[in-house]
Design a protein around this ligand. Structure first.
Ligand SMILES: [Zn+2]
Length: 227
């Protein structure tokens, strides 16, 4: 990165580099054998140009020579290829490290999302509750609590409840429903339970009543605290 910044400071852009290569390409096409290497700048200069270590302003004065010397073009091409290869490797290494960071972040996000997803399930256990009428709390029984974040309810029905369709609603203590849904209760491992999707995100927290009934039957009401 520091190196890259230093190169940019020396004023090479991709276009400059292409211009140099084009110039050198023409030089090669013109075929200047120059076996005596007359006027050649020497490998150090070529290296510095190829690696962008030489400021462009300083490199300019060699371009005339480089456009008319095939050996210099050949040397430069080799140096350039090596330099590009190293730069490519650096780029790949950076890309790989970015992928690793993204991967780790992805996993972190996955687990982070997995955490609340567990919380978004709530079990409401009605098995050993008395069935109060009117939603008044029965002394000695802890009020059912559920988070407004909850997206799914798993309701364990009172022992002996029948399987089949049920209506579920959450109402204010004044009796107006804020959420209504249907579910089918099934018996599993001695527990009759209903799973239902809920959305209580727009409700305000406070005291409500959870009501459950089989179709056309009377509601059973349980005090419910929405957190
Ligand atoms: Zn030369």
């Amino acid at each position: 990165m520091e190196r890259e910044a230093a190169l940019n400071a020396k004023g090479y852009s991709e276009r400059d580099e292409k211009r140099i290569l084009d110039a050198l390409g023409r030089g090669l096409l013109k075929e200047f054998p120059n076996p005596e290497r007359t006027g050649c700048p020497g490998s150090d200069v070529l290296k510095r140009i190829a690696s962008h270590a030489m400021p462009l302003a300083e490199a300019e004065k060699w371009l005339d020579h480089l456009t008319s010397c095939s050996p210099c073009y050949r040397d430069f091409s080799e140096l350039q290829a090596g330099y590009r290869h190293r730069r490519m490797r650096t780029t790949l290494a950076i890309a790989a490290s970015i992928l690793i960071v993204v991967g780790v972040a992805g996993w972190a996000l996955f687990f982070k999302q997995k955490g609340p997803a567990v919380v978004q399930w709530a079990v409401l256990d009605l098995r050993n509750r008395t069935v109060p009428r009117g939603g008044e709390a029965t002394p000695g029984e802890q009020t059912l609590e559920v988070s407004r974040e909850v997206k799914r309810l798993n309701i364990y029905l009172p022992l002996g409840s029948a399987e089949g369709p049920y209506e579920i609603r959450i109402a204010t203590t004044a009796g107006s429903a804020i959420f209504t849904t249907n579910g089918v209760a099934s018996l599993k491992d001695g527990v009759t339970s209903i799973e239902a999707a809920v959305d209580l995100s727009s409700a305000s927290s406070g005291r409500y009543v959870l009501q459950i009934r089989r179709p056309n039957s009377e509601w059973s009401s349980y005090p419910l605290l929405l957190r």
